[in-house]
Design a protein around this ligand. Sequence first.
Ligand SMILES: [Zn+2]
Length: 62
Amino acid sequence: MKRQCQVCGQKNGSCNRYILKNGQEITICPSCLAFSNDETAKIARQAHKEGLLVKGDIKRQK
Ligand SMILES: [Zn+2]
């Protein structure tokens, strides 16, 4: 299943996903994570430093 990057809108199988401490989810591709100046990318970089990367598929949350 491909995820859609929230920054550039591309569907990329290698998108990273982060769940922030406030419960917000960010899906972002590696190139946006590395190079984008978008606010979402900045938040994702911070989340990355904090180790909030979600690996694989997480259990459904409701
Ligand atoms: Zn992207």
